[in-house]
Write a protein that binds this ligand. Structure first.
Ligand SMILES: C[S@@+](CC[C@H](N)C(=O)[O-])C[C@H]1O[C@@H](n2cnc3c(N)ncnc32)[C@H](O)[C@@H]1O
Length: 287
């Protein structure tokens, strides 16, 4: 689809604008979201061609602010089609309802969601500290029916969609939605209960690492730690994330090893989203 769109727009846009549009657009169900060029005529041409190339696209929205705030949401402006922001998106045999303006959502995490679900063993308990509309939690529960997932988000809109998605995917009683601050929830309800913690909020992950550790069972477990990392061409973004996290874990007195680290995607010139899988074998201040 990206190639077809590129061909259609070659005569209309500059190479630079073309590259930006083609690499930055996301499809969430029947809603396409693009980083539109400043020129409104170009934006309109892109929206029109998008709908022509992809017949199932009913709405084209332009991202008009960066992802920001505690809820990690962005402003969107209608470019073409129906004026709506709610879509149904399919991934890994699951269906997710989402308001793309009121909730964080990225189809670019689909490989990571499957990778994590593939690591979960039957009977595990998982705490998803920053669950959004519940994609990781629900895919885990669908793939590993004996697993139990506590799925926390602070955004009331994301929580409402998470509840709806639990219903749509019939994972009642296996995914437990919780509205609130994950640090507070762990400290008051989920200490020492889990085998695995997901921390997909790079902006808060380091600050919330003590809470993640205290959610783990006394026998230890796994933390999946996500970061945004700057790295020059001669630097390794995964190693830089490891250094930062190791410093914090050492200060907290945890015994751990990094079993896997990888770049999920590039997020800008010399910026990367990284993930570390951390096996924690002991955390002394957890008692
Ligand atoms: C990057 S998104 C995670 C997306 C989700 N894991 C997914 O796969 O779509 C981060 C989420 O963390 C939530 N959040 C931010 N601060 C939080 C906090 N203190 N406690 C719980 N959730 C929080 C935001 O509302 C947002 O939905």
């Amino acid at each position: 689809m990206r190639e077809r769109l590129k061909k259609k727009l070659t005569s209309t846009l500059s190479q630079e604008a073309l590259g930006k549009v083609v690499s930055s657009f996301d499809l969430v169900g029947d809603i396409a979201i693009i980083k539109a060029p400043a020129n409104p005529e170009d934006a309109e041409a892109i929206a029109k061609q998008l709908m022509a190339v992809h017949k199932c696209v009913k709405t084209v929205l332009a991202q008009s602010s960066p992802v920001r705030g505690d809820h990690r949401t962005r402003e969107l402006t209608l470019l073409a089609g129906e004026n709506k922001t709610v879509a149904k998106y399919k991934e890994a045999g699951c269906i997710f309802a989402v308001d793309v303006e009121k909730c964080y959502f990225s189809p670019r995490l689909k490989h990571e969601r499957l990778r994590i679900a593939g690591l979960v063993s039957p009977n595990e308990t998982v705490v998803n500290m920053f669950a959004g509309v519940g994609c990781f939690s629900i895919i885990i529960a669908k793939r590993v029916p004996q697993a139990k997932v506590f799925s926390i988000d602070i955004n009331p809109a994301a929580y409402r969609f998470m509840e709806e998605n639990i219903r749509l995917n019939r994972v009642f009683g296996r995914v437990h939605p919780i509205l609130g601050d994950s640090q507070e929830i762990v400290q008051t309800q989920l200490r020492g209960v889990t085998d695995r913690v997901l921390m997909l909020l790079p902006e808060k992950a380091l600050e919330y690492l003590p809470a993640a550790l205290s959610a783990l069972k006394r026998s230890g477990g796994w933390i999946h730690y996500y970061d945004f990392q700057h790295a020059y061409d001669n630097e390794d973004p995964v190693k830089k994330t490891e250094q930062k996290v190791a410093e914090k874990l050492d200060r907290l007195g945890a015994k751990y090893c990094f079993t896997c680290g990888r770049v999920i995607r590039s997020t800008g010139p010399n910026w990367y989203q990284t993930v570390l899988d951390i096996q924690v074998t002991d955390y002394s201040s957890k008692s």
